[in-house]
Design a protein around this ligand. Structure first.
Ligand code: AR6
Length: 205
């Protein structure tokens, strides 16, 4: 459990007296998917996911906030990574942050004219972050709303990609390893987007 989180959105608990699959419901997820609004650097989880750029050398937005809060050692480690391609992820220590690891992922700069390509790259961000999480024994992970800031990805579409990719990943791994996934939002538009997308991908019983 993560006591420091005040979850804005918590799906209904499954009635414990019911067993087996419930039509339209995925009991495993009910206590495992959260929506949080606020500063991701405050979260005491195993890993937070940074919305970085291909240089991995810091920037504005959530990337800037993470580097400021982690201290200069994070940049030192990032310098050794030789960047990261769009749609891929790399993991570092978290230094002065309360979390244990930082997963740096590079979202696409959104282009409406190649929305399919943007979507594939954004999906890659979530997928590769989740794979790194598994490899590093991360049980609780908090995602920033990748690409929805200066990279311009529309919030609802981005939230749908995030939810869909996490949902498929949890289905594929049987739900045994990741205990909690928290979608972290900062702006009202993203809170609204997740409030619409979450019940579609993680329907309550
Ligand atoms: N905690 C949680 N979320 C935040 C925080 C925070 N402290 N600050 C901003 N957000 P952005 P991108 C939200 O622009 O669109 C950087 O310069 C914000 O409201 O940080 O992927 C990088 O170096 C938005 O929902 O990232 C890249 O160059 C989300 O974080 C570029 O920006 C992502 O917004 C990446 O652009």
């Amino acid at each position: 459990d993560i006591p420091s989180l005040s979850l804005l959105y918590k799906l209904n608990k499954l009635d414990a007296s019911r067993s087996g699959p419930v039509e339209g419901a995925h009991p495993f997820y009910n206590e495992q998917i959260g929506l949080y609004r606020g500063d991701i650097t405050k979260l005491d989880v195993d890993a937070i996911v940074n919305a970085a750029n291909e240089s991995l050398l810091g920037g504005g937005g959530v990337d800037g906030a993470i580097h400021r809060a982690a201290g200069p050692d994070l940049l030192e480690e990032c310098r050794t990574l030789q960047g990261c391609f769009t749609g891929e992820s790399k993991i570092t220590s978290a230094y002065e942050l309360p979390c244990k690891k930082v997963i740096h992922t590079v979202g696409p700069v959104y282009r409406a004219s190649s929305a399919g390509k943007s979507r594939a790259a954004l999906r890659g961000c979530y997928q590769s972050s989740l794979e790194l999480a598994l490899q590093h024994d991360v049980k609780t992970i908090a995602f920033s709303a990748i690409s929805t800031g200066v990279y311009g990805y529309p919030s609802l579409e981005a939230a749908e990609v995030a939810c869909d990719t996490v949902r498929r990943f949890m289905d594929a791994q049987g739900g045994l390893q990741l205990h909690k996934v928290i979608f972290v939002t900062f702006e009202e538009k993203d809170v609204r987007a997740y409030n619409r997308a979450l019940p579609q991908y993680f329907p309550p019983p």
